[in-house]
Design a protein around this ligand. Structure first.
Ligand code: S3P
Length: 441
């Protein structure tokens, strides 16, 4: 079957209500924490994307059984370090940096050596960020050049650490918290702020974890070896997936969209602050707190007079996966937008900062790049009419979504490859596009 889509028609005006796929970060964490709980956890609305299915396969290989009945995954955990690991176990994290980094944190006490591998894109990503703290705990890790494949052998002599996490990476922070769960004593993390789903989920499980907010960082204190019981969890919608539909609506003509029941955790909604600062009028209604997480319905309507932004870099972590689509808004805004310190974008599923610059130039936008800072010269009259063929984007799901939204809002005749990449995070993307009237083949 062809693995591309063709779009040659802009989306005409719409007024719809949609749900987007469930949150990927929360789905992966809920499965991994269920694997460490005592008893059968019930997780509903789990995202069924490749990254999450690889998480389920991973816990299964580690001796944890699960089954799906109706909309619910039943996962039976045997407590902390309750894995039953066979010799020569190989875990394949596929495309998922989150799974790969988080699972290492749960293996620090394993008596059997485990090998962790991933796909081509994940095998190019940096793991020194987790190898370093895990070795401080006492775990044995081997890898060439701090990349996958990695072998890990745990130890019975884990020691708590004090660690300064200064990338602002929730994957690193969570990996450390996970190894702290198995480690006697008190682990302290001084962390640059990043998404805090792990901390909220552990608090919801009554786990002794404390977060003290300081102006420049957060101090996270984790007591080790405290067991928690199985739990029920229903995963809300993913703001990262919603963001493509927010921008689709914003840049279309005379359209309105409501995206229901999305996770709007403050550490994730940088895109909403940024777009509202640019003149969008995105509203969050029907706010609710669910197991420590905030959910809301997102209301967005089209806007044709958006302004450039001088984006404060303190928002970077809360919008890290959304900058690609934010740049598209900057391309249509009036004035020159500035973004700084976005080096982390180049450490994702593909080198997203490099590709964003290439992409913006391809659609005729002037961009200046200095190190990890970029300036985007917006053009409110930008309309595309050329042919575009997009390939060689390392199968990055978010680049695929960006191309589709560009084609549907700015025009042109597009052939966009790597359609299957949508299965990484947002399998229902094309179905929802169709529902709101997009034409593609
Ligand atoms: C994630 C954290 C982010 C994000 C990734 C998911 C998570 O990565 O880019 O898509 O679930 O913890 P970093 O924490 O490395 O920035």
């Amino acid at each position: 079957m062809a693995n591309h889509i063709s779009i040659s028609q802009k989306l005409s005006s719409f007024n719809k209500k949609i749900y987007v796929s469930s949150d990927k970060s929360i789905s992966i964490r809920s499965v991994l924490l269920a694997s460490q709980a005592v008893g059968i956890s019930k997780i509903s609305n789990l995202l069924e994307s490749e990254d999450v299915l690889n998480t389920l396969k991973t816990i299964k290989k580690l001796g944890i059984n699960y089954e799906k009945r109706g909309n619910i995954y039943y996962i039976e955990g045997f407590g902390l370090n309750g894995f039953n690991i066979k010799k020569k176990t190989i875990l394949n994290a596929g495309n998922s940096g989150t799974l790969a980094r988080l699972i290492l944190g749960l293996l620090v006490k394993s008596k059997t050596q485990v090998k962790l591998i991933g796909d081509k894109s994940l095998s190019k990503r940096d793991f020194s960020r987790v190898i370093k703290p895990l070795r401080m705990f006492g775990a044995n890790l081997k890898s060439k050049n701090n990349m996958l494949p990695i072998t890990i052998l745990g130890t019975n002599y884990l020691r708590p650490v004090k660690y300064k996490e200064n990338i602002g990476s929730a994957q690193v922070k969570t990996c450390i918290i996970f190894s702290a769960l198995n480690t006697p004593g008190i682990t302290e993390i001084y962390s640059k702020s990043s998404r805090n789903h792990t901390e909220l989920m552990l608090k919801f499980l009554n786990y002794p974890i404390k977060v003290i907010k300081k102006p420049e960082y957060e101090k996270i204190i984790v007591e080790g070896l405290k067991q928690f019981k199985s739990f029920d969890y229903s995963v809300p919608g993913d703001i990262s997936s919603a963001s493509f539909f927010i921008v689709l609506t914003l840049l279309s003509n005379n359209s309105k969209l409501v995206i229901e029941k999305v996770n709007v955790n403050k550490s994730r909604i940088g895109i909403i602050y940024i777009l509202n600062k640019m003149g969008a009028e995105i509203k969050l209604k029907n706010k609710k707190i669910y197991n420590g997480e905030e959910t809301a319905d997102i209301y967005v309507k089209s806007k044709n007079n958006l302004n450039a932004i001088n984006c404060p870099s303190k928002l970077n972590s809360s919008a890290i996966d959304e900058f690609l689509i934010i740049f598209l808004v900057a391309a249509k805004a009036k004035g020159v937008s500035k973004f700084r310190d976005l080096g982390e974008m180049n450490k994702k599923e593909s080198k997203r900062l490099d590709l964003a610059v290439k992409f913006l130039k391809l659609i005729g936008i002037k961009v200046e790049r200095f190190k990890d800072n970029i300036k985007i010269y917006g053009d409110p009259n930008l309309i595309l009419s050329k042919n575009f063929e997009m390939k060689n984007f390392l199968k990055d799901h978010r680049i695929f979504f960006l191309c589709c939204i560009t084609a549907l809002t700015l025009g042109g005749k597009w052939k966009i490859n790597d359609k299957d990449s949508i299965n990484t995070s947002f399998p229902e993307f094309l179905k929802i596009l169709k529902k709101i009237g997009a034409k593609f083949s």
